[in-house]
Design a protein around this ligand. Sequence first.
Ligand code: ATP
Ligand code: MG
Length: 611
Amino acid sequence: MSHDLTSSSPAVLRMSTLFVRTLREDPVDAEVASHKLLVRAGYIRRAAPGIYTWLPLGLRVLAKVEAVVREEMQAAGAQEVHFPALLPREPYEATGRWTEYGPGLFRLKDRKEADYLLAPTHEEMFTLLVKDLYSSYKDLPLTLFQIQTKYRDEARPRAGLIRGREFIMKDAYSFDVDDAGLDASYAAQRAAYQRIFERLGLEYVIVAATSGAMGGSRSEEFLTPTPIGEDTFVRSAGGYAANVEAVVTPVPDAVPYDDAPPAHVEDTPDTPTIESLVAVANERFPRPDRAWTAADTLKNVVLAATHPDGRREVLVVGLPGDREVDLKRLGASLEPAEVEPAGDGDFAAHPELVKGYIGPGALGPQGAQVTVGAGPDASTVSAVRYLLDPRVVEGTRWITGANQPGRHVFDLVAGRDFAADGTIEAAEVRAGDEAPDGSGPLELARGIEIGHIFQLGRKYAQALGLTVLDQNGKQVVVTMGSYGVGVTRVMASLAEANHDEKGLAWPAHVAPAHVHVVATGKSQDVFDAADTIASGLAARGIEVLYDDRPKVSPGVKFADAELIGVPVVVVVGRGLADGVVDVRGRAGDDAEQVPVADVVERVAERVAALL
Ligand code: ATP
Ligand code: MG
């Protein structure tokens, strides 16, 4: 829903009647500052895990963030519509997403037992709406958007508004006849996103992204850098920038292996870890030219993927032993399946996988039969799926598990001695790795995804039959783009970027008010003067939060002002006897004493300078 409440709100918000209770204690479930402070300062209240109720102060900030997003969408030529959140199954069935979304989708039934869902995003509905009303190339290009509530049953709702199960997204969709049109629509949205985040004063980087469950080709994310971010991105000095999930490992050339010795199995007792294996290899089987390192070992990591239909698959990723599997990169590669490290039950179900000593001999390619056990008790089972890091190219030579406790195989040559089901991007990306485009070593940082733009192409239009007649009277499938901003997540990111240990410190253009007038003491003169100042400011179009509570101590009022985070604070109190009031910034900055007669003018100047 859109929350344009600013215009209808009273110009002076009086703390004596405002529906707000600030809290001195952090909520127990909160880990990050934005979550703690938005709850403590009375902007939001938790209703259920990842689901929040909006209080008056929160709605005011949200409305301002939405307004910036809306204005820039309109300036980019997008038109606003509004879909329901509660939708029928059929369109999502047609695109496969009813199933593909897996446990992330809130599914429900109506009284007639018909299936419904709470939409996680609206590609299907926009496609069908345009199909309903448009039929010619002359109707295009078209970009539509909405600012609307989305539902995702996130596995780990976290950090308050940053990862909610109900959240507000601006989603826009473009419709074009051809690829050049899509490029232009995408460029217009990309530029609008840059303006949105610039206006909001939220630092951002644009990184290459994977297109995930949406399908499609070109895709970029807008991330705001912060150590509390769940996304990791890389940058090179030469201008490469990508989410780690999208980093494609440069594939080395194949290595000649004509004179490689045959593979040989050796006793390597008590070497279940890479570290212990390297130590024993150097002690008992030293190399003449140099020492063995972890990079000479092929580590085989057992994982479990849960597919959207609920099927659990055990699979193995083989990678150089000096690298870890990055579960987010692996997850992105295996989407829509969800992955986790294999558990005891998975190992029990696969006796051919000898923990600590797993090697290609017990693995894929799938369908191959592999041996379990040795001697007369040996039996065979079908191999699990085996996927290799792209660095494991033909001719590379490895020390790896021999599928028997305490034994490893040396000089095992990829392509000669073993094969797999394919390669996979699953290994961690490390600082110092070369950028895929050769533009220099990578550095890593963390960020929050605040926006995502995709070239969807024809996938949705094809699945749902959105075609138009082109110039030659031929039916052509429309090509689409999809563009999302996490509006509530952006608000939390702004809180995250603008706070100190005492509370929030909003930029003026999104703050719930421009000025916080605090009346201190008991004297009626103070309250009269503060009333006059507050209404004088409001008459100038300035939004005022006025602490007119008669029996609250100055200390509590100041602490609340610091917690709530309005950018300019006016204190009417003791100085009044000398005809002055105190004016300062939220952080106590630029404090000045201003004669009562000048205060409205002076504060108006200060606010204007901030907006
Ligand atoms: P994430 O990787 O963080 O789960 P996503 O890639 O699934 O996000 P999109 O489908 O690209 O998200 O949605 C568009 C935007 O909506 C995101 O860029 C993000 O800003 C916002 N968003 C997505 N999921 C959530 C959520 N659970 N809570 C709040 N905002 C969200
Ligand atoms: Mg995304």
